[in-house]
Design a protein around this ligand. Structure first.
Ligand SMILES: Cc1ncc(COP(=O)(O)O)c(C=O)c1O
Length: 398
């Protein structure tokens, strides 16, 4: 690979297309496209069955090409977490975007307003979450400034975020949310579109029953808040929320109209450790780090993928075993190395040069470490490289 040239990695990797999986250099981030497409189809079917919309969270893959694929599969649009992610998605041809997060800096809000105007001219739409009076008035100011400087006289959809148990953003359920709805309705450039009620903490609670209990409380908070808002004569058109861990609960609640799940498409090792709810579609691992053994001894081997290749915030990667047999354990060897030890007696240390596949602990920050994903069809053993997918919102943090 010509790393010293200025050619983008996506261009450098193009000659790989059509080549066998064995031609992929290590360490590389690889997507099993067959598994990913099955995950997408299962999600689309699930959403249809439960009569809920599905707005895939693009913070996970940060790729406009994958966002477009999700929309072809049935997603209504995408969620993003950052203004710059929204800009990258729009530049990549995604036109229905919801910033499911609070934006407070005037300079960023000016970009939000400009993007809302741009998307409106392309029959698209931008929406955003708020959780403060100050946030509402700054957003309104940005929208008004954009109008007076020749921007489109459009309004932006605004969701009031309520904290249903995560203890992150969001106002308390009840009267604080009602007050915010009134604030939004004072500004002609803002349109109250509904409630965001995402329970991040519930996603990785291992017990399926405990997740059900947490989302039941969240749904009660939503119903209580919605009643108060509607008592003031204001309809609550949509309740949006849910992630991969709890989406079956929100879908069954009859309260949520839109699911924001994202990780199901790649399914990381941390999500796989959750007890599966029987109602949950079967989501397969589709994201892997291909790695090679570069040193092999009596007790352990060392591979070339450390935590510059995969995030470790949600635990170390698992070594993929095609038959689900757990044969090797991965231990932290630093930023460029992984230590591999047999999981039990009678299992051999992998040989020098052996190729292995790691399942990252957490897909979102793992993807953000890479410029490109290498899409493979036909399986990880005998498949071929089918496409190179740019992570075009990589590093979009502002
Ligand atoms: C607001 C919001 N919605 C949805 C999601 C998607 O969750 P997941 O990727 O775990 O399915 C996240 C993830 O952190 C989030 O922050």
């Amino acid at each position: 690979m010509h790393l010293l040239t200025k050619t983008p990695l996506s261009e450098q990797l193009k000659p790989l297309v059509g080549k066998p999986v064995s031609a992929i250099d290590t360490p590389s981030l690889v997507v099993d496209l067959d598994a990913m497409n099955r995950n997408l189809a299962r999600m689309a079917e699930f959403a249809k069955k439960h009569d809920v919309r599905w707005r895939a969270h693009a913070k996970m893959h940060k790729s406009s090409a994958l966002a477009r694929l999700q929309m072809q599969a049935g997603a209504i649009g995408v969620c993003v977490q950052k203004t710059s992610e929204a800009e990258a998605m729009a530049a990549g041809g995604v036109h229905d975007i919801y910033i499911s997060n609070e934006v407070i800096a005037p300079a960023k809000l000016a970009r939000v307003a400009a993007l809302a105007g741009r998307l409106a001219t392309e029959n698209g739409k931008l929406a955003i979450a708020v959780d403060s009076v100050e946030g509402v008035s700054r957003l309104a100011q940005a929208m008004n400034d954009s109008r007076t400087s020749g921007g489109n006289p459009i309004s932006i959809d605004v969701f009031v975020e309520i904290d249903v148990g995560q203890g992150r953003c969001g106002v308390a359920p009840g009267s604080a949310a009602v007050a915010l709805v009134h604030e939004i309705r004072k500004h002609p450039a803002l349109r109250f579109a509904g409630l965001q009620a995402y329970h991040g903490k519930a996603q990785h609670v291992r017990s399926a029953q405990e997740r059900r209990d947490l989302i039941a409380i969240a749904a009660q908070d939503v119903v209580f808040t919605r009643k108060l808002i509607e008592a003031e004569g204001v309809p609550v058109e949509l309740v949006t929320g849910a992630g991969t861990g709890s989406m079956v609960c929100e879908a069954a609640s009859g309260v949520y109209g839109e699911l924001q799940a994202g990780s199901f498409m790649f399914m990381d090792a941390d999500y796989a450790a959750n007890e599966r709810d029987p109602a949950q579609p079967h989501f397969e691992h589709a994201l892997f780090v291909k790695t090679q053994v570069i040193s092999s001894g009596v007790q352990h081997a060392v591979c070339d993928a450390g935590h510059k290749s995969h995030a470790i915030d949600s635990g170390l990667p698992k070594v993929h075993a095609p038959d689900d047999a757990h044969t090797l354990n991965y231990f932290n060897g630093g930023d460029e190395h992984g230590i591999l030890r047999p999981a039990g007696p009678g299992i051999r240390v992998p040989a020098l040069g052996q190729m292995l596949w790691l399942i990252p602990g957490h897909c979102d920050p793992t993807v953000n470490l890479h410029d490109c994903l290498i899409g493979v069809k036909g399986g990880l053993d005998t498949g071929k490289v089918s496409r190179i997918i740019r992570v075009d919102a990589r590093g979009a943090l502002t």
